[in-house]
Design a protein around this ligand. Structure first.
Ligand SMILES: [Zn+2]
Ligand SMILES: [Zn+2]
Ligand SMILES: [Zn+2]
Length: 375
C-alpha cells in the first residue's frame, strides 16, 4: 500500500484527516435539506412528521347494552386442582394443605379487560455512506427523490414492533473519501510508517556476552522485524473507505413500527387488577379500523369511560408518528374467590382466567417468603 511519487519516494500521508465531511460536501436533495449525518453523534437525523391523516368517518360501535353475559364459577374440584398445580410450582410450599383444605365458599365474579392497540410508524432520514464498490449508483440524474412518506415501505406484520432501513431512491453519489483524501491508505499506527518494529526476542540483535555472542534467531542480529500490522508496508488501508479511496453517499430512510398498548381492568375483588391482563377469557367486543371509535354503549359504564379516555389519549400521544391501524377489545375474565379453612384457620385464594391461574398471599404451609418459583 506504500504510495510512491514520480521520484520514487514515499508520499507523506496526511495524519490530520477530518473526522467528518463538511455538510456542504453533500448534494442538495429537495425535501431532505435538513438531513444531517448519522455517523457523528446524537441528533444528526431528521424525523419527518407524517402527512395529515385522511378523513375517516368515525362511528361509535354498537354494543348490545342488554348483553350481560356471565362466566361460570369454578367447581370445588377445579379450584383444588388449580391450587395443587400452583403449589407444585413453588418449591417451598407443601401440597398437604391444598389436598386437605375444607372449602367454605366460592364466590364467582367477572372481571373486564379493555385493551386498545395503536400501531404507529415513524420515519427518519440521515446522510450516510459506505465504501464505494465500483458499481453504478442510483443518482439524482435518475429523477427527483421521492418524499420521505412517499417511499413505499410496508410493515411485515401489523401490530408488531419492527424497523427497516432503505436507501431513498435517486440520492446516491460517489465522492472522494474525506478521511484519506482518496489516497486509500494511512500511516500504520503500529510502526509509524517505518515498516518495521523492534524485535522483542533480543535487545541488541545478539544474546550472550562479548566473546560468546550469539546472533538472535528471530531478527538475525538486526533487532528489527517486519511490522505485522502492515506487513512491512508502513501504510494501512483507510478504515473509512476500506482502501477504496471513494465513498458512496446516500440518504438512508429508517422506518420504525411500534405497537402501543393501553389497558383498563375492572375487577371488583381484592385480586390485583394487573393479573387480569395476562389471562384468557371471552371476547365480547372487538373492532379494528384506521382509527377506532370509543365505546359508548357497553353495559359497564367504566369501560365506556376508559375507552373514551384512552382513544383520546392515543389520538394525541404519537406526535411525529403516523397511526397505521387501531384495534380494541373487551374481554370478560372469570374470577372465583375461594374461601377455605385449614387447621381451623381461614384463608382465601383466587382462581382466575380460562387457564385457572391461582393467586394467593396467605397459603398456610410454606416455609419461606413464597416468592421462589420452580422454573
Ligand atoms: Zn532479535
Ligand atoms: Zn506497520
Ligand atoms: Zn479513505
Amino acid at each position: 500500500m506504500r504510495r510512491r511519487n514520480q521520484s520514487g519516494n514515499a508520499e507523506e500521508i496526511d495524519q490530520t484527516a477530518p473526522s467528518a465531511p463538511p455538510l456542504g460536501h453533500m448534494d442538495f436533495v429537495a425535501g431532505y435539506d435538513n438531513v444531517k449525518f448519522d455517523n457523528y453523534g446524537v441528533g444528526c437525523i431528521v424525523l419527518f412528521p407524517p402527512p395529515p391523516a385522511y378523513g375517516d368517518v368515525i362511528r361509535p360501535p354498537s354494543v348490545n347494552s342488554d348483553m350481560h353475559p356471565t362466566v361460570p364459577a369454578v367447581t370445588e374440584e377445579e379450584a383444588r386442582d388449580a391450587l395443587i398445580k400452583y403449589v407444585s410450582t413453588k418449591w417451598c410450599y407443601s401440597s398437604k394443605a391444598a389436598r386437605e383444605l375444607v372449602f367454605t365458599n366460592i364466590t364467582p365474579s367477572t372481571a373486564l379487560h379493555y385493551q386498545l392497540e395503536t400501531f404507529t410508524e415513524g420515519r427518519q432520514a440521515s446522510w450516510t455512506y459506505e465504501p464505494y464498490n465500483g458499481l453504478s449508483v442510483d443518482s439524482p440524474a435518475n429523477g427527483p427523490a421521492p418524499q420521505p412518506w412517499d417511499v413505499v415501505v410496508n410493515p411485515p406484520e401489523m401490530f408488531k414492533d419492527g424497523n427497516y432501513c432503505t436507501i431513498v431512491p435517486h440520492t446516491a453519489s460517489v465522492k472522494t473519501c474525506y478521511s484519506c483524501s482518496g489516497r486509500c491508505a494511512k500511516n500504520c499506527v503500529k510502526c509509524r510508517r517505518k515498516g518495521h518494529i523492534r524485535c522483542t526476542n533480543c535487545r541488541t540483535g545478539y544474546h550472550g556476552r562479548r566473546g560468546r555472542k550469539m546472533q538472535c534467531i528471530v531478527c538475525f542480529g538486526t533487532n528489527r522485524i517486519s511490522c505485522y500490522a502492515c506487513n512491512g508496508a508502513g501504510l494501512s488501508p483507510c478504515e473509512i473507505c476500506c482502501g477504496m479511496g471513494k465513498l458512496k453517499w446516500y440518504i438512508k430512510l429508517e422506518v420504525t413500527w411500534k405497537n402501543n398498548n393501553a389497558h383498563h381492568v375492572i375487577e371488583k375483588t381484592t385480586l390485583p387488577d394487573h393479573l387480569i391482563k395476562n389471562v384468557s377469557g371471552r371476547i365480547v367486543f372487538e373492532a379494528e379500523h384506521l382509527q377506532v371509535a370509543p365505546l359508548v354503549t357497553f353495559f359497564e359504564g367504566g369501560i365506556n369511560t376508559a375507552s373514551q379516555r384512552l382513544v383520546k389519549q392515543h389520538a394525541n400521544q404519537f406526535a411525529g408518528q403516523k397511526i397505521l391501524q387501531q384495534r380494541h377489545f373487551v374481554k370478560m375474565v372469570p374470577v372465583s374467590e375461594v374461601a377455605y379453612t385449614y387447621n381451623n384457620d381461614s384463608y382465601t385464594f383466587w382462581v382466575y382466567g380460562d387457564e385457572n391461574e391461582v393467586y394467593e398471599d396467605d397459603y398456610p404451609l410454606r416455609r419461606c417468603c413464597g416468592l421462589c418459583t420452580i422454573s
